[in-house]
Design a protein around this ligand. Structure first.
Ligand SMILES: C[S@@+](CC[C@H](N)C(=O)[O-])C[C@H]1O[C@@H](n2cnc3c(N)ncnc32)[C@H](O)[C@@H]1O
Length: 196
């Protein structure tokens, strides 16, 4: 197993060399930000087909977290193309955060396809610093397929605690499996429990 991981890592380092070069030239980040949304929008269709029942189950009780007004205020961190929108309850007020501004046009399309939601705003920012979102101002934070690849997971979770209405608990399961071990240094699976 360790030899397989070593060989795959080596192969990835060799294949990734052009990317390191583009990064060195200062072009890689710009290219990724520009093209990633086009890739993700296609991938999300397939991923949602596979995960639809799981997502439906996961998001089925969101409305229970609504504040006294009865309107659920939801913040999605690392929203991408808005692929989770269709699973949110009717009338839900959605704020989106993503550091990549190129997702905006994909979000506009998702908003148009999900008229059951009340879209608030799209904030271009990283989850590590969401100062545009006020303390204790949201009922629910959703963050899917994001925490495994961010700079600082702990800082994002601190920010999540700050923006959530007081008294809530956030549970995040960070999964370790075969591919992250090949692509990144391995990290142990852990469940982070945070009381706001
Ligand atoms: C794999 S995509 C997942 C998108 C969406 N959450 C989904 O489930 O389809 C990862 C997203 O996280 C965003 N992202 C990357 N770094 C981030 C950070 N530090 N804070 C918040 N979002 C981040 C990316 O721009 C991208 O939209």
């Amino acid at each position: 197993m360790e030899l397989t991981i070593f060989i795959l890592r080596l192969a990835i380092y060799i294949l990734a060399f052009p990317m390191y070069l583009l990064n060195f030239l200062g072009l890689w980040s710009w290219m990724c930000k520009k093209w990633f949304p086009y890739f993700l929008v296609r991938l999300s269709v397939m991923y949602n087909e596979q995960m639809a029942s799981k997502k439906r189950e996961l998001f089925s009780n969101l409305q229970e977290f609504a504040g006294p007004s009865g309107k659920l205020s939801l913040l999605e961190v690392g929203c991408g193309t808005g692929t989770n929108f269709k699973f949110y309850p009717p009338g839900c007020r959605v704020t989106c955060i993503d550091p990549n501004p190129n997702f905006e046009k994909f979000l506009i399309k998702s908003i148009a396809e999900n008229r059951h939601l009340q879209f608030e705003r799209f904030v271009v920012a990283a989850g590590e610093n969401m100062h545009q979102v006020a303390d204790g101002s949201v009922d629910v934070v959703v963050c899917t397929l994001v925490l495994c690849s961010v700079e600082n997971q702990e800082q994002i979770l601190r920010e999540v605690c700050r923006v959530l209405r007081p008294g809530f608990v956030m549970l995040a399961r960070l999964v370790s499996n075969f591919w992250p071990q090949v692509i990144h240094p391995p990290w142990p699976p852990k469940v982070l429990g945070l009381q706001t």
